[in-house]
Design a protein around this ligand. Structure first.
Ligand SMILES: C[S@@+](CC[C@H](N)C(=O)[O-])C[C@H]1O[C@@H](n2cnc3c(N)ncnc32)[C@H](O)[C@@H]1O
Length: 217
């Protein structure tokens, strides 16, 4: 109730253009798919992955920082995450537990072995797509225990794609397929409301003070 009043009040500070942009972007957002990075340590890769999530409509990204703690602090300070919700974990187990609790299948990605292509991947239930580190990729044990594994076919001499490139290719393929499917992939009204409120708080100048003034009035 209080959030609803705050939201209505903050709406007054949005231009008509910004309001319709929020509506347009939220209409294409999904939580049916989510992306997980496991100990990705190069900031430009994390930044590119977050950007791809925004571009392809993925609202939530899960960042595991088991071996390289606090790697994305700088990215957060630079505002790369403004439109995407970043969930951080210091262990893979904690991340998996949270995802499974929320109904996600655990899906590995790998340039090796037996796996389905993005075009063959079963989209019917929610999926959390894991991407591994630049050097070693995902642990073999994790790949074997995952509910599925996705591999982008490669025909060159190079052993693998860059992590952010592979994330963009997979997200593009899966989101296009979702949009042409009968699967219910869009956000609920409650999810849209929460995200819109977060976006308003992040983008309206001095939103903290505005809210404080509103609460006192
Ligand atoms: C640079 S690769 C890691 C290479 C590592 N030597 C390995 O064996 O996985 C980083 C991450 O990008 C993703 N990736 C790279 N190429 C891929 C491909 N062809 N198909 C699916 N995922 C890929 C995977 O998530 C991988 O863990």
């Amino acid at each position: 109730m209080m959030d609803e009043s705050i939201s209505n009040y903050l709406e007054e500070y949005l231009t008509p253009r910004r309001k319709s942009l929020f509506d347009k972007v939220l209409a294409e957002r999904t939580n049916h798919l989510t992306l997980v990075t496991q100990d990705v340590y190069q900031l430009h890769n994390t930044s590119a992955v977050v950007r791809s999530c925004d571009v392809f409509g993925i609202q939530n990204i899960h960042v595991i920082e088991e071996k390289f703690p606090r790697r994305i602090d700088k990215e957060i300070a630079m505002g790369a995450q403004k439109w995407v919700s970043i969930n951080r974990y210091n262990s893979t187990a904690a991340c998996m537990e949270n995802l499974k609790k929320n109904g996600y299948r655990i899906v590995a990605t790998s340039p090796h072995g037996n796996a389905v292509t993005p075009e063959e991947f079963d989209l019917t239930s929610p999926a959390a797509i894991f991407f591994g580190t630049e050097k070693d990729g995902l642990p073999q044990e994790m790949i074997e225990q995952a509910d599925a594994c996705i591999k982008i076919p490669m025909v060159g001499f190079t052993e693998s794609l860059n992590i952010s490139v592979s994330a963009a290719i997979i997200l593009h393929s899966l989101t296009q397929r979702l949009k042409h499917s009968q699967i219910s992939w869009r956000l609920s009204d409650e999810e849209k409301f929460r995200i819109r409120l977060e976006w308003m708080k992040k983008t309206i100048k001095n939103s903290d003070q505005i809210i404080e003034r509103f609460l006192k009035s």
